[in-house]
Design a protein around this ligand. Sequence first.
Ligand code: MCA
Ligand code: AMP
Length: 497
Amino acid sequence: MHLLDLYAPSLHGRRDHAALEVADAHGALQRLTFGDLDARSDALAAGLRHRGLDRGDRLAVCLPNRLEVIDLWLAAMKLGLIVVPINVLYRGHEIGHIVGDAGPRAVVTTADRASDFGSTDVWDVEELAHAAARPTAAGVRPALGAESPAALMYTSGTTGAAKGAVLTHGNFVANARALLAAWEITAADRYLAALPLFHVHGLGNGLQCWLASGCHMRLVDRFDHTQAQGWFTAYRPTLFFGVPTMYVRLLETDAASARAIGAAARLFVSGSAPLPPAVLEAFHARFGHVILERYGMTETLMNVSNPLHGERRPGTVGLPLPGVEVEIRSASDGDATAVADGVAGELYVRGANVCAGYWQRPDATAAAFRDGWFRTGDLGVRAPDGYITLQGRRSDLIISGGFNIYPREIEELLAALPGVREAAVMGVPDATRGEVPVAYVVSDDRRDEGTFAAALDTALRARIASFKVPRAFVRVPQLPRTALGKVQKHLLPPWRP
Ligand code: MCA
Ligand code: AMP
């Protein structure tokens, strides 16, 4: 089964039903039916084919949430293209790596971003939007199967350089079906989509659950905590997916509005980073809902979820989703054998949700799988009744507001800057974002600390996404190291804002 089969009951079966509400460039709400979306993507598919795109070609998309992202996704699926979503916050360093690796035929973006893409063909989204608005008959469809790649999603896994996880039609179908069944999502739902569509949480869960269930969606360009209360109050969603930072922000909602929002809602889901039990409790008190926490990964889509009915246990991610097997194995690098309940280990996952490997990286793919199981790099423990608790990762990944930061990427960039001899980057706790990065720098620069830090900040902002730029640059005489030369980050002096 491929994605067009999954969407058919909505795109064809619910042609005349309201599907989507999204603001246009002037802020006016556009309302579309599933039939409108089907027709727009037929027209855009014809336009893309006219530009020479064919099955298996990669098409990069670097856009904030807007109607054209949906048109592009559907048109790409109709042509058998492979979508390469790029985080809009990424800058030259990250973008150069992704387009160099994925080799897209073109990137679709806004005119102001055109210069960020080097020699790659850049297509202005506004021009393509005209193609989507012109009625065209559906073209010839390539024969697709569950194994056909649908997207390359770039993620760093355990190393610094991002790799493209090859997510197939079958992966997205399996994930959407598991979530529809587990969370009882139906055409009667109203989904408020505030997660970015360039990562798995918004794309793999949000967009696919909407298209598979035929429910209604209100899409906003990005989560803005100053507007969130207004969206909830006006749209009255039954369903919301968010990262913990969004739930922390929603706690600012006044008590009466929170009660009204809670009364209209059916389900709030959290993932991408740990949800602090105190946030779960405060949200329950204010909105009258126990947030349902689940666990996934770019390479595997969703693996484990607290139940819709039954206990949503704070601090845990719940039980394996339908069709997903989870094994906890000893975290040593030798023979990784399954451990007993109550014993900590590394999570291994198997199921139709697991990606086909990494784009053109046979070595990385081989290292990620062991006898058919995907090695997540996440550490955790299973209780005798099956509930899984995550306990961190093998590698030192920082998750800030649900966005991933690999210390090594920033350490390498810092070490290449003038005045920096070496650097170590660490995550420190932050009440809103969960964690934020802080850099420790060994330097022979003579400037005062403030001037030097400002220079490093400016240099990094030009190269990488703002959420990766360290909150502070602490000068240290040397980095603490083991006898083997490995930096011992836990021995660095604590940083306080
Ligand atoms: C954040 N910023 C953005 C966006 N999001 N800019 C443009 N478009 C966006 N979509 C920038 C802001 O300009 C600002 O920059 C900074 O990020 C924080 O903005 P602020 O308004 O203070 O936001 P916040 O209230 O702190 O909330 C941040 C956020 C954002 C909206 C929650 O972190 C976010 O969208 N997180 C979702 C990430 C996500 O989808 N992760 C899923 C990965 P400056 O830093 O310069 O101030 S998939 C995954 O992890 C797996 C598979 C899973 O399990 O889901
Ligand atoms: P990504 O690399 O963006 O796919 O992020 C996946 C990682 O996010 C996982 O390997 C986990 O470490 C983390 N993650 C996702 N959901 C949760 C959760 N509910 N609690 C803790 N960590 C999570």
